[in-house]
Design a protein around this ligand. Structure first.
Ligand code: FAD
Length: 407
């Protein structure tokens, strides 16, 4: 039977990912009725690690989620930066207590599925949030004072003749990720494009990993590739990601990876890096797709959030963080400007766009710096060695020091 939760003030969010669920919780906290539409019929524990830098923690704290997150997170002592030539760090960026004192919140790492699980549980417990899993947003239209949605059942065995659901409300928020339907089909904006980079991901028991790496974020830089690793799941598991410049030949944008080809790609790297990469018995690979800055995220009563607005390379480790920041700002503007939704959405975009695009540019610049070779790489390493470690952290104060206004 078709479900409908139409009411004139209801906010519809497409996507129950990190951004969509956080936005629903922030809106519900401000007493707005929200419906979240998610195409997956079940939110399975897919994906691997995500970084939760200090700039996200105030939002999650304000939602009362810190205690629920604690069993799942790890707090690395530092980021150790090595290169493909040696496992002796060229730099160490302090995190732990130093970052917490500097920014008023810790720098944490977590498995994406654990973060999504905590957000989902909180959303299920919120009376103001209606969750519609297994439902795909197909189309939407807007008039001066309302939006109208066409929704379909997303299960593969659904009879194609099943009638569509229709819903109406005050605004549609596209939090539907890098391949956003709201962005492409509803707002007619340019889609994300393959960046020429692939992420190979694996998560293994931390007990298999040498002690030296269990309490830090490791970052290995090399020509046309880099490697990142850190603990997740309260330190019980270990997340490994190898990021490589290469073409993408498959049809799907993610899938199983060829382990031996991956190990061969890193055959000239230091033994301790190769040892880590050899630990997982299987890897998954993801084509990394990103967008160019400069497109609008808002059209009347439609707005984008998270990857749908600004999908970026994960080289600043801020994809989830930007979605969480967006969610807080969106809810605040919709609350303050409830009587004029299009205006509130424009104010949201005006507050968020410069910052998100600055982070997109940082990710691109890290891409160049991390993957340097020859004399440029030697110069990079020299500069990194010469800078005091707290200064390396201070360069990111503008990023990690963000707080929601009034916090
Ligand atoms: C399955 C999955 C695994 C991931 N794993 C990792 C990882 O290991 N490491 C990492 O750094 N990043 C990962 N990411 C990306 C990361 O979650 C995002 O970069 C970041 O959290 C910003 O999230 P978002 O909420 O904008 O989008 P996402 O987290 O991508 O969520 C978008 C949601 O929208 C839903 N959706 C899409 N189209 C529709 C539609 N038409 N109707 C209804 N629902 C729709 C999707 O099913 C998805 O649940 C993953 C994303 C996904 C979807």
């Amino acid at each position: 039977m078709a479900q409908s939760h139409s009411d004139a003030n209801r906010i519809f969010i497409a996507g129950a990912g990190i951004g969509g669920l956080t936005a629903a919780l922030c809106l519900s906290r401000r007493s707005r009725a929200v419906t979240v539409i998610e195409q997956a019929s079940e939110l399975r524990p897919v994906g691997s690690g995500l970084q939760l830098p200090p700039n996200t923690m105030q939002v999650l704290r304000d939602l009362g989620l810190e205690d629920a997150l604690l069993p799942h997170v790890a707090a690395p002592r530092a980021i150790e930066v090595m290169t493909w030539r040696s496992d002796t760090p060229v730099a160490e960026i302090p995190l732990g207590k130093i970052a917490e004192e500097r920014y008023g919140a810790p720098y944490l790492v977590i498995h994406r599925a654990d973060l999504q699980g905590v957000l989902l549980k909180a959303a299920r417990a919120s009376a103001g949030i209606t969750l519609r899993l297994g439902t795909r947003l197909r189309a939407a239209a807007q008039s001066a004072d309302a939006i109208k949605l066409e929704l379909e059942h997303a299960a593969e065995d659904t009879d194609p003749d099943t009638p569509l659901d229709h819903d109406t409300g005050a605004a549609l928020i596209g939090a539907d990720g890098v391949w956003s339907t709201v962005r492409r089909r509803i707002m007619g904006l340019r889609a994300a494009a393959f960046s020429g980079r692939t992420a190979y991901r694996a998560v293994i028991p931390a007990s298999e990993v040498p002690e030296r790496w269990r309490n830090v974020t490791g970052l290995w830089l090399g020509p046309r590739a880099h490697v990142v690793h850190y603990p997740v799941a309260g330190g019980e598991r270990f997340n490994l990601v190898a990021l490589v410049e290469e073409d993408w030949q498959e049809e799907a944008w993610s899938g199983p990876a060829d382990r031996s080809a991956l190990l061969d790609r890193f055959r000239d790297w230091p033994g301790s890096c190769r040892e880590l990469l050899s630990l997982p018995s299987s890897w998954l690979k993801w084509a990394l797709c990103s967008m160019d800055p400069g497109t609008s995220w808002v059209d009347g009563r439609f707005a984008l959030l998270g990857d749908a607005a600004h999908a970026m390379l994960p080289f600043a480790a801020q994809g989830a963080a930007m979605a969480i920041e967006d969610a807080e700002a969106l809810a605040r503007h919709l609350d303050q400007g409830a009587s004029d939704v299009p205006r509130a959405l424009r104010a949201y975009e005006a507050e968020r766009q410069d910052r998100a695009e600055r982070v997109m540019r940082l990710a691109r610049s890290n891409d160049r710096i991390y993957h340097m070779s020859g004399p440029l790489a030697l110069a990079r390493d020299l500069v990194m060695r010469s800078l005091p470690s707290e200064r390396l952290l201070a360069r990111l104060d503008w990023l990690y020091g963000w707080r929601p206004p009034g916090a």
